[in-house]
Design a protein around this ligand. Structure first.
Ligand code: 164
Ligand code: MG
Length: 321
């Protein structure tokens, strides 16, 4: 006998979370719980405004359709919306115990503002020291100075940077000018430095700073290929689709010698803990990009180890089914 429940959630965000020039006041999504016999599986479906093509209402309609067919005993194809396909395939993978329980709860600390706040966090970080810094929000010269200073202050530090296509070739050059050439190899990559892929490739060739593709993976003309200067691809499962598609992308990246990094689309703690399990399973040993829980004011159903945020249970949510 199959049973299913769907809840809609809304979590308050920390003041000041801005995505693609839009303030994100709340994070809205769905939680799904599938039950069959003794087993149960959960999934989170949360299209990210400004990043996902689908709206939450469209996603909700597709999710209800899929869940009703599943309850009736069918095994329907995943819905078209990537966020719905990902969340439902996670619930199914938990139900059938395909998704292993072991998780990689290390997260590269994310820094969008004050680099001084990052130093004590990194000093206390056991093992490999990796942080992610958002660049392109302030002056490129300031970004270059901050990156250089951090690499100088912490000789064991490796940085991941993310410009979200924010730089012109000139600004990207201004950034690089302030990072000493001897330290550039400790920038594991910079995600999408320039507006076009061609400009980002030229930046890598001119500066010797490695790049990674993130936004590009969701463009229709993107193909996985090894290229000079490219070291990694950033995979955001909520924006990608079913767990099978995510596995396929990780396999393609690995076959080309590229690092695959499982990254957050600002899911709740439930989704983030599943991403930590997906990372431990598909990209073992690679620190995932999951340091986004602190952007929220509460956790949901499952706790992220060590987080002091209050945790809401399903009783405080609106049931849709
Ligand atoms: O990748 C990480 O370490 C954290 C996730 C992260 O940086 C992002 C998540 C979602 C939207 C973006 O603002 C941002 C990104 O561009 O990668
Ligand atoms: Mg990115």
């Amino acid at each position: 006998m199959r049973q299913a429940q769907i809840w809609r959630y809304q979590l308050p965000m920390d003041a000041g979370v801005v995505l693609r020039e839009r303030r994100l006041k709340t994070r809205d999504g769905l939680l799904v719980r599938l039950r069959e016999g003794e087993n149960e599986g959960w999934g989170e479906i949360a299209p990210l405004p400004g990043f996902s093509a689908e709206t939450l209402d469209e996603t909700q309609a597709q999710t209800l359709g899929w869940v009703n067919a599943w309850r009736a005993g069918d095994n329907p194809a995943w819905p078209a919306a990537p966020s719905a396909a990902f969340g439902l395939s996670c619930a199914a993978a938990e139900l059938t115990q395909v998704l292993p329980a072991a998780a990689d709860y290390r997260a590269a600390p994310l820094c969008t503002g004050d680099p001084d706040a990052l130093i004590p966090v990194l000093e206390a970080m056991p093992g490999e020291k990796v942080a992610k810094i958002k660049v392109g929000l302030y002056e490129a010269v300031r970004d270059g100075m901050v990156v250089n200073l951090l690499l100088e202050a912490l000789p064991a530090l490796t940085l991941r940077l993310d410009a979200n296509r924010g730089w012109t070739p000139l600004k990207a050059q201004q950034f690089a000018k302030y990072v000493s050439p001897a330290r550039r190899s400790r920038i594991a990559f910079i995600e999408e430095p320039c507006k076009t892929r061609e400009q980002s490739r030229a930046f890598a060739a001119e500066t010797g700073i490695a790049i990674a593709w993130d936004e590009s993976l969701r463009e229709s003309d993107f193909v996985f290929a090894a290229e000079p200067g490219l070291t990694a691809v950033i995979i955001k499962p909520t924006l990608t689709g079913s767990l099978d598609i995510v596995r396929g992308q990780v396999a393609q990246a690995h076959a080309l010698g590229l690092e695959a990094i499982i990254s957050s689309s600002i899911e709740s703690s439930l989704g983030l803990t599943q991403l930590a399990r997906i990372a431990a399973w598909l990209t073992p040993g690679v620190i995932p990009g999951l340091d986004t829980l602190s952007l929220m004011q509460a956790q949901l159903v499952r706790r992220w180890p060590g987080s002091v945020l209050p945790c809401l249970d399903t009783q405080s949510l609106e049931p849709l089914l």
